[in-house]
Write a protein that binds this ligand. Sequence first.
Ligand SMILES: [Zn+2]
Length: 280
Amino acid sequence: MSEIQKKIIEKFKKVRRSAVGGHLRPHKPLLMLVALGMIASGNTSRLNSFSEIKPKLQNLLDKFGRPGEMHDPRNPFEHLKSDGVWEVSDGDKGGFADWVYEEFQKDPSFIFKAAEAVLSETFPNSLHEIVLADAGIRLGILGYTPSLAWQSGQDANFVGRVMAAYAHKCAVCSYDTSLDGNLFGLDVAHIQWSLCDGPDEVNNGLVLCKTHRSALDFGAISIDENFKILVSKKLEGNPEIRHFLFDRFANKPLMRPNNPEDLPDTKYLKWHHEWVFKGA
Ligand SMILES: [Zn+2]
């Protein structure tokens, strides 16, 4: 990566975001991803009108911003200027600054590296592909291979302690399938995202199968303060599968860890409920 590309990555990662209740708003990162998605899909103008950017950004803000809140796409469109990577001209056209845009023109694979840097500062890994797809950035083109940052990226000690606390089983469905003695398809999730100051503590962790891990991070499920499983009423798809994977667990108790001290702390559960869960 060239020096200038490194500088862009630094700036993208350090974009200032407003914080509310330990949650950093994803508005500016989502705008950057929309703009990257437009370049990736062949849009050749550096600056685009707000009306062109708005519907794509609104869709992402509604999906990945705080549930139940009104999100104004005009805010990041105006405020990203102050981070030195974005420009707004004539009040209505916005896009990456010249020196930033030039790098994406010269080296299209840099679009993905930049997107990865933005995502890694904003969302848990399990959400990266969903967000990218929505931003119009498709993996697997231009020979881009996701780097290791897309793998777990978690502290091994934290993962080991949480796995042991829940006896290597999904705390929602008890999934524990192995092959030749090797477990596969299990994850350790933070209840309050580590990106939002959730600590690597067992009582902020859960063992979940891959499906329930994505569901927790995306807000399709949550846990209430009585440790009952909450399932979003907005889920769609094949009713039998949905019942098998989700509905049958609604209001059922979460699996208890071996040691009651390892139970999720209600402050993390509240955080998740408030910031991530898309209940109804
Ligand atoms: Zn599960």
